[in-house]
Design a binder for this molecule. Structure first.
Ligand code: ADP
Ligand code: MG
Length: 152
């Protein structure tokens, strides 16, 4: 399975990388984010949102689980399923995945069984105070192409 690695040394670099990724995304694309608390999942998400033209401030939706934003050409759905009580609880995720926007899911492994098979799985690892290793694993041809273009 292919994997792409991006090293970042500041929150801004992480955000700019995510913003670049956003320019390759289209309606119904799905990005999953894994990583410990403070790894940078929400920082990454904010960059993505900016890249999609979301003007509202994106915060961690810890208590709401799903937040919806308006982007320039499509909606942006931000999910943080960390506090979901039961991994089989279905909050209508499919309607978002098929809702013609871009969806980002923090702590996605919690709802693994409910995720579509094709997605861009991203894991962020803390390697120092402000150093992070971002691992991108594309699941499906479309995401392989996106990664190849970004890293070419
Ligand atoms: P998570 O959503 O994974 O819990 P956050 O994005 O909310 O993480 O928090 C990450 C924290 O780490 C922020 O305070 C951010 O400023 C800091 N940070 C330091 N270096 C980086 C980096 N290279 N990339 C992303 N965040 C970083
Ligand atoms: Mg977060």
């Amino acid at each position: 399975m292919s994997q792409f690695i991006f090293k970042t040394n500041t929150p801004e670099e992480t955000s700019i990388f995510a913003e670049k990724l956003a320019s390759y995304l289209a309606p119904n694309d799905l990005i999953t984010l894994e990583g410990d608390l403070g790894a940078g999942k929400t920082t990454f998400t904010k960059g993505l949102a900016r890249g999609l033209g979301v003007s509202r401030t994106v915060n961690s939706p810890t208590f709401t689980i799903i937040k919806e934003y308006k982007g320039t050409t499509m909606p942006f759905y931000h999910m943080d399923v960390y506090r979901l009580e039961d991994s089989f609880e279905d909050l209508g995720f499919d309607e978002y995945f098929e809702g013609n926007g871009v969806t980002v899911v923090e702590w996605a492994h919690i709802i693994e069984e409910q995720l579509p098979p094709h997605r861009l799985a991203i894991a962020i690892f803390r390697e120092g105070d402000t150093n992070r290793r971002v691992e991108l694993q594309p699941l499906g041809d479309r995401y392989v192409k996106i990664c190849e273009e970004i890293f070419s």
